[in-house]
Design a protein around this ligand. Structure first.
Ligand code: GDP
Length: 445
């Protein structure tokens, strides 16, 4: 799978950052040196690595670290945002001609995956209700025409071919006429590749381009060729003009450097990625999802966003001060719970953590509904007077009985809560001692 090593290395770097309560400039720089090595090892273009590291470092050092959010997580958030920007920010969809047919020219070197990708794409367009036509323009390899016919048959897509006696330009012109007669609204022209870029190939492609005026020229490149893929993309774009890139065989590429470099070097969007042999393995490319995959983060980023949106920063800071100075009361505990509740169902939040899929979560909770547990705790605290919340040591037998009655819970439950609270305070004290004046963290984060 793509990005395996990169993903592992980045997570290792971030694990060290996350363990720190505060980050110094030196911490950030040290981490960025590791990130730089990881990216270079993943075969990302050197220039891109350099400017990526520069941007992330500047942002990380210049960021006001938000309260309620671990500074290490801030750095991860910045790396994530910059990875997304590197890969193009938003999804880049195929465009269609205002008046059909829409013509796509599929170009690329031999073996990159043009023919198979043309078939997969045509199959998907058919599923979307269009009526595609595949056109065989590789007249140099008789096997190429046959291959396209097999692909077409698999997906039940018509294939237009005229053998290998006419020129690709003539075949494409005839294909347009054929499509008009047969009401094909999308035409995918499978052009011939070569082992290397040469003048003859470029001239032929330029001639086809002039003849069919394609809506888009889609360049198919093999991710497994790493930086060569990027060089190939640059050449095709400068000599022919490319509208979008299809990056194939990402499933077989452990490094992923091409995926991280090609957009930035060529400024042309990756529109699809090939993740295998099946039709649906040609996936639309989403920079944000890919970044998430690389960082191995599950949906933690949405979780961080939620925390940022919902936690009142001032209140969070106040709370932290109380925790480190050991003044945290049941009243604060109640208000902390209410803040967490604002973020949505607890189970959903927990499900965003990596490795906490539904199955694991059900197993871990064993029938306990965290929202209900929280509501019970809340009811007990709300049945206490202000004085009792601030100073639980005055809670004697009769008081506990009153609270139990008031909240509809048992005295045992009241006792359990008080014990938990005492343990929590003890833990905070330990944390405080350990951190020696460094900022404490909310126990829930
Ligand atoms: P063309 O010469 O550019 O037309 O390349 P082909 O379409 O013939 O593909 C070359 C080889 O790569 C074939 O064996 C394909 O099955 C394989 N291939 C293409 N795309 C992918 C992909 O995304 N993943 C994997 N694993 N193999 C692919």
């Amino acid at each position: 799978m793509a990005f395996e090593n990169l993903s592992e290395k980045l997570q290792e770097v971030f694990k060290q950052l996350k363990g720190k309560g505060r980050l110094t400039e030196a911490d950030v720089k040290a981490a960025m040196r590791e990130v730089k090595i990881a990216l270079l090892e993943a075969d990302v273009n050197f220039k891109i690595v350099k400017s990526f590291i520069k941007t992330v470092t500047e942002r990380a050092i210049g960021t006001e670290v938000l309260e309620g959010l671990n500074p290490g997580q801030q750095v991860i958030k910045i790396v994530n945002e910059e990875l997304i920007a590197l890969m193009g920010t938003t999804q880049s969809r195929l465009t269609f001609a205002n008046r059909p047919p829409t013509v796509y020219m599929m170009v690329g070197l031999q073996g990159a995956g043009k023919t198979t990708s043309s078939g997969k794409l045509a199959g998907q367009l058919r599923k979307q209700g269009r009526n595609p036509l595949l056109v065989a323009c590789d007249v140099y390899r008789p096997a190429a025409i046959k291959q396209l016919q097999v692909v077409g048959k698999n997906y039940n897509i018509p294939v237009f071919e005229m053998g290998d006696q006419l020129s690709p330009v003539e075949i494409s012109k005839k294909a347009l006429e054929y499509a008009a007669e047969n009401r094909n609204d999308v035409i995918l022209i499978d052009t011939a590749g070569r082992l290397h870029i040469n003048e003859e190939l470029m001239q032929e492609l330029q001639d086809i381009k002039a003849a069919v005026k394609p809506q888009e020229i889609l360049l198919v490149v093999d991710a497994m060729t790493g930086q060569d893929a990027v060089t190939v993309a640059e050449s095709f774009d400068s000599q022919l003009g490319v509208d979008g890139i299809i990056l194939t065989k990402l499933d077989g590429d452990a490094r992923g450097g091409a995926a991280l470099s090609v957009r930035s070097v060529t400024n042309k969007p990756i529109k699809y990625i090939g993740m295998g042999e099946k039709m649906e393995d040609l996936e639309p490319f989403y920079p944000d999802r890919m970044a998430s995959r690389i960082l191995g983060m599950g949906d933690v980023l949405s979780l961080i966003d939620k925390v940022q949106q919902n936690i009142d920063e001032k209140e969070a800071l106040e709370m932290q001060k109380k925790m480190v100075s050991n003044e945290f009361t049941l009243e604060d505990f109640l208000s902390q719970m209410q803040q967490i509740k604002k973020m949505g169902p607890l189970k959903d939040l927990m499900g965003m953590l990596p490795g906490m899929g539904k199955f694991n979560l059900d197993e871990a909770l064993k029938g306990v509904d965290p929202a209900k547990e929280m509501a019970r705790t809340e009811a007990i605290i709300q049945s206490m007077t202000k004085e009792e919340r601030r100073n639980p040591s005055i809670l004697n037998g009769p008081r506990k009985k009153r609270i139990a009655n008031g909240s509809g819970r048992s005295i045992a439950e009241v006792n359990r809560l008080l014990k938990q609270f005492e343990e929590m305070k003890k833990m905070m004290k330990q944390m405080n001692n350990m951190q020696k004046g460094k900022k404490g963290k909310l126990p829930f984060f």
